[in-house]
Design a binder for this molecule. Structure first.
Ligand SMILES: Cc1cc2nc3c(=O)[nH]c(=O)nc-3n(C[C@H](O)[C@H](O)[C@H](O)COP(=O)(O)OP(=O)(O)OC[C@H]3O[C@@H](n4cnc5c(N)ncnc54)[C@H](O)[C@@H]3O)c2cc1C
Length: 424
């Protein structure tokens, strides 16, 4: 008689290791994590531990044991307009090659089995168990399978079939760079050239920077075009993207209506969908993993492996409410037509909104609990709709000058000590 694990977790990224850690906290120990690669393995990522990552690590009894750069400021830019916002608490920028390995080592140290070089080819759900077939041909059985296998998730495909949707596209590269400080730069300037998203420059240890961009799928853009936008967008910072470009990665935005479970199957992390507004997902994965771990532990006890309530549980958790709000904001801010200018000017030119969002990014506040404040800002903004949009156009027209870049490099670091929207 073949062995049947209680749980197979597919993928040993932050979602998989966090799910295993949560199950271990519940005393669920008959767990194996299957991972395609060996560690250290890299993963294209900005490395910003945003949101409630600190709380998630603490809740899972995990520690941040790798080098990081604490970044206390977010610098938001659109052409000649720059505003520096002090975050509620620092965002820590790590390297994924180090961070993910440290999480794997921490769960292994408490006895969790992580099988590397175990690439899952398919899953088949039967009445009594799930059969997980590896590319090697080996088959493993489990009562429950958690798909923590990232954006190209085999488990997600099993749940969604061939549903067609356009992915977010992200590109990143780590490069040597002499940054003037440790602020995290979020630059929306390339939106004037067709990007629907932002370009980032994050500080990395050792005189380096993590640079990249995210494109929201309201319009289709090819890799060469996005790389050109990244290259052009970096030049005012004095950062040259090498000829081989940056590493690209398609990911799916979180959709509260999309399937995240079926009998005996759950997805978590990128397999369930990233934050549509920012493209972030490390903290998301670790927060969702707690919901997934709790759900699976309960099911193993009471035998209720249908997981009908999992989608609702994810949606109702703080992380789900934040993702739903960000999905809504992303549709406004990154829309294909010209309407995005109105909404972007609300975010950029209303210090209160920017402060709220910076607090959300750093995890010091839950934006989904600030809807009334957001709504008030919107009402304030509607009165100034025309002038704000003109202000934005003027800021965009001031894009790409060395002076604008200089103002980013030297802008003061106190709260809201922005260069004024000078071109307005
Ligand atoms: C360019 C870029 C920049 C980003 N920047 C940030 C950022 O600054 N901050 C942030 O919070 N988020 C960021 N993200 C998002 C973040 O990287 C993801 O949300 C995060 O990695 C999700 O973790 P995960 O464990 O769900 O997936 P992953 O980290 O992708 O882990 C999935 C694991 O599953 C394994 N796997 C996949 N398929 C199989 C299979 N068939 N069999 C076995 N194993 C398998 C993979 O090898 C991998 O180890 C960025 C993403 C990109 C692409």
């Amino acid at each position: 008689m073949a062995r049947v694990f209680d749980v197979i977790v597919v993928g040993a990224g932050p979602a998989g290791t966090s799910t295993a850690a949560r199950l271990h906290q519940h005393g669920v120990k008959d767990v194996v994590v299957l991972e395609r690669y060996d560690f250290p393995r890299d993963k294209p990522c900005g490395g910003g531990l945003t949101g409630h990552c600190d709380e998630a690590l603490a809740a899972l009894d995990l520690r941040l044991t790798v080098p990081f750069v604490p970044s206390a400021q977010a610098r938001v830019r659109m052409g000649g307009f720059v505003r520096t916002v002090t975050m509620g608490r620092p965002v820590n920028v790590i390297r994924r090659i180090e961070f993910d390995r440290s999480l794997v080592e921490q769960v292994q140290a408490r006895g969790v089995e992580v099988r590397v070089g175990a690439a899952v080819e398919s899953v088949r759900v039967d009445r009594e168990a799930v059969t997980v077939r590896l590319e090697s041909g080996e088959e493993l059985l489990a009562r429950v399978v958690v798909g923590a296998d990232g954006a190209a998730s085999v488990v997600r495909k099993h749940l969604t079939g061939n549903a067609k949707a356009m992915p977010h596209r992200l590109f990143m590269q780590e490069l040597p760079a002499q940054l003037t400080d440790t602020a995290m730069v979020y630059d929306f300037t390339p939106m004037s050239a067709g990007l629907r998203g932002y370009l980032w420059v994050f500080p990395v240890k050792g005189g380096r920077a993590n640079v990249g961009l995210m494109h929201y799928p309201s319009s289709r853009k090819g890799g060469p075009e996005l790389l050109r936008l990244l290259r052009d967008g970096l030049s005012p910072y004095g950062i040259a993207l090498p000829a081989r470009g940056a590493r690209g990665w398609p990911v799916w935005g979180y959709d509260p209506g999309a399937p995240v479970s079926a009998p005996r199957l759950l997805t978590v992390g990128d397999a369930a969908g990233i934050d549509g507004l920012t493209g972030e997902g490390i903290a998301v994965a670790m927060e969702q993993a707690q919901v997934a771990g709790d759900t699976v532990a309960r099911a193993l006890t009471d035998g209720g492996v249908a997981f009908r309530g999992y989608r609702r549980a994810l949606r109702r958790a703080t992380v789900g409410r934040e993702l739903a709000l960000d999905r809504w904001l992303a549709r406004l801010l990154y829309q294909a037509g010209p309407g995005w200018r109105r909404w972007m000017s609300l975010v950029l030119f209303d210090p209160d909104v920017l402060e709220m969002y910076a607090a959300r990014v750093s995890g010091s506040e839950v934006l989904a609990d600030q809807k009334l404040r957001l709504w008030r800002a919107l009402v304030r903004h509607v009165g100034a709709w025309g002038s704000r949009t003109r202000q934005l156009e003027a800021a965009m027209a001031a894009a790409w000058t060395p002076d604008a870049a200089q103002s980013v490099a030297s802008s003061p670091t106190s709260s809201f000590s922005s260069s004024p929207p000078s071109s307005s």
